[in-house]
Ligand binder design. Structure first.
Ligand SMILES: *Cc1c(COP(=O)(O)O)cnc(C)c1O
Length: 384
């Protein structure tokens, strides 16, 4: 099913070679230089987005150069190159995290196969598995993120982990599940959305595939949808590119361009979010109405596995009314259902069908001044 020969050049294409392989540098340097073109006198630091549906063809027809935008685009390839240097694999970019995850599930699973999924992970993935995949003869087993994983009994084709899981923030040992998956003959995929590749690199820990939403902390400006799959298996990357070309699940070039621009500040944003989250957690832990406070920075397993703690915090208020009053009263913390952005935001997860208590708040700590944020949270709690 590989179509890359027919629809586009190898990655990166001729004339798109990136100079510095940022692999030898530290994170803050890598995110700034990842996927940047060779310096050319008179040229900008980064070209603008290439907006194209069809591309001009040679008289004899397709030659391996770009022919049609549903298959590939140079701006998308530059972004894939950049994310690929961070994850340590070949990247295929998609229009959203769900486009990437469903693309992986369709490309790897068929009737009679078994899929192992987190019972506490992103709810739309479970909904997709229980409706679309189960209807096509795929057996679906849900396992809580901390385990136990009894893979030998299920003989799964694919194990999907999400660690830290959204929204409960449970974590598991990726290297340990990778070893179990190998023994069971299963592929291991890890959803790296909450950690980002600066938090953890699952491919180095033994996973076969990374899937992620780039909508969240990776790009962090709450202005675009993006997803990607990263893998060290060129055959799988080819199948996914073929799937993407057939289904039209490629991200738009302008989104790819914005995402690449935003990626440059990833280390700065994550550093500020982690410091702010630590301050917010300290404040919330002293409040009597707050229970069930969770942040990966409080979890020893997460501390061992993650190089950086995400800005995601969950806690419980006594009931739905208190949670709703909190969300109504905060002025800086926007009531919005996403996370990882510059702007702090929060939502009541039970509203979206997550199997969690009615008063559970997921708080995404942004990059504002921490004293302003804490004043805002204080006002929110006072309203409840
Ligand atoms: C948001 C999210 C997704 C889905 O990503 P979209 O870009 O919204 O399609 C998948 N997994 C996790 C962990 C998420 O948080």
């Amino acid at each position: 099913m590989g179509t890359s020969g027919a629809v586009g050049p190898d990655r990166p294409g001729p004339g798109e070679r990136r100079v510095a392989d940022p692999a030898g540098y530290r994170d803050a340097t890598r995110v700034i230089h990842a996927g940047a073109p060779a310096p050319t006198p008179g040229a900008p630091f980064r070209a603008g987005p290439v907006l194209a549906a069809p591309y001009h063809l040679a008289a004899e027809g397709p030659t391996g150069a770009d022919a049609y935008g549903r298959a590939d685009n140079p701006t998308v390839r530059a972004l894939e190159q950049a994310i690929g240097t961070l994850e340590g694999g070949e990247v295929v970019a998609f229009a959203s995290g769900m486009a990437a995850i469903t693309g992986l599930l369709f490309a790897t699973l068929g009737a009679g196969d078994t899929l192992v999924l987190p019972s506490d992970g992103y709810f739309k993935v479970r909904e997709f598995a229980d409706t679309v995949l189960a209807g096509r003869g795929v057996a679906v087993h849900q396992v809580p993120t901390p385990g136990p994983y009894r893979l030998a009994g299920h003989a799964p084709r694919l194990v999907l982990l999400e660690t830290p899981a959204n929204p409960g923030l449970a974590v598991c040992d990726i290297a340990a599940v990778a070893a179990m998956s190998r023994d069971a003959g299963a592929l291991l995929a890890v959803d790296n959305t909450t950690a980002t590749p600066l938090g953890q690199r699952p491919l180095e820990l033994g996973a076969d595939v990374v899937v992620a939403s780039g909508t969240k902390a990776l790009t962090g400006h709450s202005d675009l949808l993006l997803g990607y799959v990263a893998t060290a298996d060129p055959g799988l990357a080819d199948r996914l590119r073929g799937w993407r070309a057939m289904t039209g699940a490629i991200c738009g070039p302008f989104e790819a361009w914005l995402a690449h621009r935003s990626l440059a500040t990833l280390e700065l944003r994550l550093g500020r979010q982690e410091a702010n989250a630590a301050a917010v957690v300290e404040f919330l832990s002293g409040r009597p109405e707050v229970t069930g406070l969770r942040w990966p920075g409080l979890d020893p397993m997460a501390r061992r596995q993650l190089a950086r703690m995400p800005g995601l915090v969950t806690f419980e208020l006594p009931d739905e009314a208190a949670a709703t009053a909190f969300l109504r009263a905060t002025k800086l913390v926007a009531n919005a259902t996403s996370f990882g952005g510059l702007h702090s935001s929060a939502d009541r997860r039970a509203q979206f069908g997550d199997p969690v208590p009615a008063g559970l708040i997921r708080l995404s700590v942004g990059c504002e001044d921490p004293a302003d944020l804490i004043e805002d949270l204080r006002a929110g709690l006072a309203a409840g």
